[in-house]
Design a protein around this ligand. Structure first.
Ligand code: ARG
Length: 255
């Protein structure tokens, strides 16, 4: 009797939880409103960053182009990197574009579009510092929290300590100030940082590869489909290539 009551109470509670988890906006609902809400971090140059007060970067320009393709206006939201995917669940925006690598753990929580670029995590150090994965043995490595860099560096045997920072530029700063002997970040971002700090930073090996994609709330298939077809269009009509060359002097789409 007592047990039955408990079970009934429990299933009632779980029903409540389900019904309060409102549905994400479908693509048709977004079209009706005329504006798509997109979230990014704004601190991952050259992918998404603030130029003064202006949100810009490859991913910001690309998402703006995709929205234009879909005849939609854009409303941008910026949030700390490690809270971006959680916000999808709370229906705060329609999709996220913030250099998220597709991985099984994230796929449990959100749905990904086709990848919008292919990249990987690269070791960066000061001159004479660790360059190969094996050189990281006994070293302190700086990474941004919540990233695939953290997941992958944690798995390396022998690393003395992985220091995490809320923002990727803080992880870079830790390396430059000597609080860490290596920094692992996106290869294209790293190459830019090395160029901007000529003589102070050096490129090391790639630690892993990843395919980067946009994310929607789990189950929001109409938005995923619309983004995929818009992305395909940008591949076909040359607008993706133009943007990619502008930012990276090469086409970074997955081959
Ligand atoms: N590509 C890495 C990952 O999947 C890092 C992404 C960091 N993005 C950012 N906007 N800070 O976790």
């Amino acid at each position: 009797m007592k047990k039955t009551f408990l079970l009934t109470a429990l299933s009632f509670l779980s029903l409540l939880a389900l019904s309060s988890a409102a549905q994400a906006r479908t693509f048709a609902e977004i079209q009706k409103s005329g504006t798509i809400k997109i979230a990014t971090e704004g601190a991952f140059k050259p992918f998404n960053y603030l130029d003064g007060k202006k949100l810009t970067g490859f991913e910001v320009d690309l998402a703006n182009a995709l929205a234009k393709n879909m005849n939609l206006k854009v409303e941008w939201v910026t949030k700390p990197f490690d809270s971006l995917l959680i916000g999808l669940d709370q229906n705060r925006y329609d999709f996220v574009i913030a250099s998220h690598g597709i991985n099984p753990e994230r796929q449990k929580a959100v749905d990904f579009t086709d990848p919008h670029y292919c990249t990987g995590g690269m070791i960066v150090s000061q001159p004479g510092g660790p360059k190969k994965v094996a050189d990281l043995t006994g070293k302190v490595v700086a990474v941004q929290v919540g990233t695939s860099y953290l997941d992958n560096v944690k798995k390396l045997p022998g690393v003395k300590e992985v220091k995490t920072y809320p923002k990727d530029p803080d992880a870079q700063q830790a390396l430059m100030a000597g609080r860490a002997q290596a920094w692992v970040s996106d290869r294209f971002l790293a190459l830019d940082a090395i160029k901007a700090n000529a003589g102070k930073l050096e490129q090391g090996d790639m630690v892993f590869q990843e395919r980067v994609a946009m994310a929607t709330k789990k189950g929001n298939s109409t938005v995923v489909a619309a983004l995929n077809s818009s992305l395909k269009k940008s591949y076909a009509d040359g607008s993706y290539a133009k943007l990619s060359k502008q930012y990276f002097a090469q086409d970074i789409r997955c081959k």
